[in-house]
Design a protein around this ligand. Structure first.
Ligand code: SF4
Length: 369
């Protein structure tokens, strides 16, 4: 059995599930946990774990899908730039179908003649800029601490090559400030708020444990870093629920085969060299201080917002779409009036149905309407 298969082993999972059931009984109260990672969302549904969770343990899917948390104003800025005559917008494919406030996406803009190119890494966008000296190549930097070091590397590469026609849209989001905002916003009554976090394994690979300690120390909620195989998730849930049963709250690394407690200092230092924390707009959570990444003054020439004089003002939002409430854990996808009716993966209304990591798409695909 290879190492990955070991974490999918049915016997191991059955044992962990039994342990989870007895821990939930020991809690003597319902527990609501939130994951904040698109890979966890998909894995929990795809493996069938969601339907096996014991009564009294509720799964909430939070703002973990990079495309979904990208704010309407940011999507509108991408669309406006893509339509600019001198611009080539170089993007990861998952942004192509995300609708802007007017319902149109980069895919529509591309069909109307905009130069939108799909790239597989931020460095591909730098290469594109070198190959097209008469255009400005703009790369939308979206996602979390997982993608930011790669985008920082692309900015450094363009800086070294003195490429004046490459820039980025600095739309990255930082997970720890979002957890704080979620805890401050969540209802405090028992059975309505967030009792614990299943922390994102990929983000923790970069950050380590320390940036998540405030969840336990200031808010008294367990926070457990978990992997993505069924046994990883069940182990993390056991570590979380046992704390609640014992009246404790700690930040715990339950994904040690991949995540070092200190994270990845080299990735953080690449990120820190190019970016500094700044205010960011999140779909559903609004403006959160120090939850995004701005370019440092020495790299501001690579800021597309600055170069094209764009300010992210108020924009409309997609009519009827409740993605913001879904991402905040205030609504389940099935409770959105559009779910499975006018909004389906084939004909998505909001980003949570567009992205394969979106909660609405996962609900639709694995649970049906
Ligand atoms: Fe948004 Fe569609 Fe999900 Fe409703 S079902 S929240 S419209 S993505």
């Amino acid at each position: 059995m290879n190492s990955m298969a070991a974490f999918q082993d049915p016997e191991l999972c059955r044992g962990l599930l039994e342990r989870l059931k007895s821990l939930i009984r020991a809690c003597a109260r319902p527990v609501r946990f939130m994951e904040v990672c698109g890979t966890h969302t998909v894995s929990i549904f795809q493996s069938g774990l969601r339907s096996l969770l014991p009564e009294g343990l509720t799964h909430l899917s939070g703002p973990g899908c990079p495309v979904c948390v990208t704010h309407d104003a940011e999507v509108a800025a991408m669309l406006n730039l893509a339509r600019h005559d001198t611009v080539i917008l170089a993007t990861f494919g998952d942004l192509l179908r995300v609708p802007g406030p007017d319902g149109k996406s980069l895919k529509h803009a591309q069909a109307e003649g905009a130069r939108v190119r799909v790239v597989y890494s931020p460095l591909d966008a730098v290469k594109l800029a070198a190959e097209h000296p008469h255009a400005t190549v703009v790369f939308p930097g979206v996602g979390f601490e997982t993608t930011a070091p790669g985008v920082a590397g692309a900015v450094l590469a363009a800086y070294k090559q003195r490429l004046g026609n490459f820039c980025i849209l600095p739309f990255h989001k930082l997970v720890p400030p979002a957890l704080r905002a979620l805890l401050e916003k969540a209802p405090q009554e028992q059975g309505k708020g967030i009792d614990a976090f299943l922390l994102p394994g990929h983000v923790a690979v970069v950050l380590g444990v320390a940036p998540f300690r405030f969840v336990a120390e200031e808010f008294g909620r367990p926070a457990v870093i978990g992997g993505f195989e069924p046994a990883d998730i069940l182990s993390a849930l056991c570590a979380m629920v046992s704390q609640i049963a014992e009246g404790r709250a700690l930040a715990v690394n339950a994904y040690r085969r991949v995540v070092a407690d200190e994270g990845n200092p080299a990735a953080r230092s690449a990120m820190d060299m190019v970016f500094m924390p700044g205010e960011a707009r999140w779909r559903g959570l609004g403006l959160i201080p120090a939850s995004g990444l701005e370019l440092r003054p020495e790299f501001e020439e690579f800021d597309a917002l600055r170069r094209f004089g764009i300010s992210l003002g108020e924009t409309g939002s997609i009519p009827g779409c409740r993605c913001g409430d879904v991402l905040s854990g205030l609504l389940t996808p099935g409770e959105c009036p559009l779910f499975g009716k006018s909004c389906t993966p084939q004909n998505p209304t909001g980003p949570c149905m567009v992205s394969t990591e979106g909660s609405c798409a996962a609900w639709y695909r694995y649970q049906g309407t």
